[in-house]
Design a protein around this ligand. Structure first.
Ligand code: AMP
Ligand code: TRP
Length: 340
């Protein structure tokens, strides 16, 4: 590829398809805040409502979840002046570039996506067409801003590889060096927060059992109770991080600690070596309450002013469009669409 240089720009998105979990917070949102505060990149964060409706969403619930997610972003430390914060459907350029990418990406690429296979399940015939095309829209979310860096949790790695494939194929097909080859940013101790009752499964907002996750709206009592009841094995904490091998529940609690306290897994293990999990969980519950309870309190406060949230989203969308519009126009020119 030639030496075109792209402005350092971060984009990431979260679906307003249910409440925020500790997995979203540690795997994504907390790192969004770090990247915003580092000041090295322009930061753009999006509530991807168009992605959410690839599976059924009750309209009133979707509206509420979008506002609650926006409150979550702000309560976690996203400053809507410093970052651009908006919901996807208010910036039509995402869907417009998404269509172009539907024509660039291949059926075979989509069919290999593990998220598609998991979500479509055995009855793919009944899944929406949007669910199949989901990763092409995700590529558009990122590339409509020429974003260079995308912080996400581990589960999004394959989608980001596909984004790189879409950019490469577009550039190649049209003989241009127009879309950047985006770097995934999958870093930190908690890129994959696991289910509190089964350390082999991801913590998810869609799990039917609420005991398996910590919600960002949970009260201090609920947070403490869920951590104290989290599954563990009977052994004490190991002397070194290698001792967590084959102990998924133990590893998960250590990772959560490391993520919340901004420490490495090695440090957490060294500090707690030999401790029984009963005690470790008590300390972890305290740490989690200290870090998370203020966020849920602030979210609840912000949710009392939905009009203010909508104003923030609208303003964010305007700023987003200032970047997206010229990139879409240039894309249309490259493809050969007449614009008059
Ligand atoms: P979603 O809620 O699926 O839209 O995910 C939003 C962001 O949170 C993405 O960057 C995910 O990778 C991240 N994420 C979701 N669940 C987890 C988890 N259990 N551990 C770490 N990151 C997660
Ligand atoms: N697919 C992501 C998820 O489920 C959400 C998402 C949509 C996203 N568009 C994005 C993440 C663009 C990063 C960049 O977690």
């Amino acid at each position: 590829m030639s030496d075109t240089t792209f402005k350092p720009r971060v984009f990431s998105g979260i679906q307003p398809s249910g409440g925020l979990t500790l997995g979203n917070y540690l795997g994504a949102m907390k790192r969004f805040v770090d990247m915003q505060d580092a000041g090295t990149h322009e930061t753009i964060y999006c509530m991807v409502d168009l992605h959410a409706i690839t599976v059924w969403q009750d309209p009133a619930t979707l509206t509420r979840n979008t506002r609650e997610l926006c409150a979550g972003f702000i309560a976690a430390g996203i400053d809507p002046e410093k970052s651009i914060l908006f919901n996807q459907s208010q910036v039509p350029e995402h869907a417009q570039l998404g269509w172009i990418f539907n024509c660039v990406a291949r059926m075979g690429w989509m069919g290999r996506m593990t998220q598609w296979k998991d979500k479509a399940g055995k009855n793919a015939e009944a899944a929406s067409l949007g669910l199949f095309a989901y990763p092409a829209l995700m590529a558009a979310d990122i590339l409509i801003y020429h974003a260079t860096h995308v912080p996400v949790g581990e589960d999004q790695k394959q989608h980001l590889e596909l984004t790189r494939d879409v950019a490469t194929k577009f550039n190649h097909d049209f003989g241009v060096d127009f879309f950047p080859i985006t770097e995934p940013v999958i870093e930190g101790a908690a890129t994959r927060v696991m289910n509190l009752q089964d350390g082999t499964k991801k913590m998810s907002k869609s799990d039917p059992s609420d005991r398996t996750r910590i919600n960002m709206t949970d009260t201090a009592d609920e947070i403490a109770k869920k951590i104290k009841k989290a599954k563990t094995d009977p052994d004490p904490l190991p002397e070194t991080a290698e001792g967590l091998e084959g102990r998924p529940e133990a590893r998960n609690l250590v990772n959560i600690w490391a993520g919340l306290a901004d420490q490495t897994v090695e440090d957490v293990v060294a500090q707690n070596a030999g401790k029984m999990f009963g005690y470790f969980k008590q300390d972890l519950a305290e740490l989690a309450v200290e870090k998370l309870a203020p966020i849920s309190t602030e979210m609840a406060r912000l949710m009392e002013e939905p009009a203010e949230i909508d104003r923030i989203l609208g303003r964010g969308a305007e700023r987003a469009r200032e970047i997206a519009t010229p990139i879409l126009e240039k894309t249309y020119d490259i493809v050969g669409m007449v614009r008059s």
